[in-house]
Design a protein around this ligand. Structure first.
Ligand SMILES: NC(=O)c1ccc[n+]([C@@H]2O[C@H](COP(=O)([O-])OP(=O)(O)OC[C@H]3O[C@@H](n4cnc5c(N)ncnc54)[C@H](OP(=O)(O)O)[C@@H]3O)[C@@H](O)[C@H]2O)c1
Length: 245
């Protein structure tokens, strides 16, 4: 049975980048309804207009537990896409303060944690459903140029493993996503080949439908993942040459 076709889904950070591509990808895969959420819901106006009644805009800042509770009351979904995220591009030692690292944890880790806690009962009511968590290949090996971001994405990876076990009893599929560089605002200053967000989303949704538990949705992450399986310390040394600054 499809995890998407005929189902309702919610996407965080849906106004741009990978989140925006998720809205289009879910509609293409037959979603009955997509709750597109953003801190500023006016940035979703065109998605709602193009959605032919299937896209519903909701205001949601994932660092606000009150807004998360409101979203969980209003959005009766079988699929939750935890996409919203921030990146400070700071080293762990060279950063001038710990504040950017704290903000990354608030959004990338605690925001996501509060989302899955609020939506677990909603998914259970809908037969178990599925959760897609956007970690990063940087969550599996620390990129020092993005040192504190890598830590927050490693936390997302660990959370993904933990909730997969805790939610297995209610039949929720939990898909961890570990992209390399994707062509969005977040990666705008990275001087390397980037995969278009639509291609990344197509691969993620295929993995979801195939019942997978993790996906490396682009060539760069697939190559690094292969390296991590073969020789994790060699990959650590390789990406460790890209220092902050
Ligand atoms: N791009 C990459 O190379 C790459 C690689 C691996 C993983 N990822 C992950 O993929 C996800 C999407 O990234 P992206 O490349 O699409 O980034 P992006 O273009 O910078 O978009 C980030 C999205 O997250 C939203 N957001 C940030 N803080 C939020 C908050 N507190 N509450 C709700 N929404 C919030 C932003 O909303 P506003 O418009 O309001 O700021 C925006 O919609 C992130 O989790 C990122 O870490 C990206």
């Amino acid at each position: 049975m499809s995890r998407i076709n005929g189902k309702a889904a919610l996407v965080t950070g849906a106004n741009r980048g990978i989140g925006r591509a998720f809205v289009a990808g879910l509609l293409k895969a037959g979603a009955a309804k997509v709750y597109a959420t953003a801190r500023n819901p006016q940035t979703l106006d065109d998605l709602v207009k193009e959605g032919n009644g299937k896209v519903v805009a909701l205001a949601l800042d994932v660092t606000r537990p009150d807004m998360i509770a409101e979203a969980a009351r209003n959005a009766d979904v079988a699929l939750l896409v935890n996409n919203a995220g921030i990146a400070a591009f700071e080293g762990l030692i060279s950063a001038k303060s710990s504040e950017p690292a704290r903000e990354e944890m608030e959004t990338n880790y605690f925001g996501l944690l509060n989302m899955v806690r609020a939506f677990a009962p909603v998914l259970a009511r809908n037969g178990g459903g599925a959760i897609i968590n956007l970690s990063s290949i940087a969550g599996q090996v620390n990129f020092p140029a993005l040192g504190s971001y890598s830590v927050s994405k490693a936390a997302v990876h660990s959370l993904t493993q933990g909730i997969r076990a805790e939610l297995s009893g209610q039949g929720t599929q939990v898909l961890g996503v570990y992209p390399g560089p994707v062509d969005t605002d977040m990666a705008a200053n990275l001087p390397m080949d980037k995969t278009p967000p639509s291609a990344v989303v197509d691969n993620i949704l295929q993995a979801l439908e195939a019942g997978e538990e993790s996906v490396y949705p682009d060539p760069a992450s697939q190559e690094l993942h292969g390296g991590l399986l073969a020789d994790p310390l060699a990959v650590e040394r390789q990406v460790g040459q890209m220092l902050p600054g």
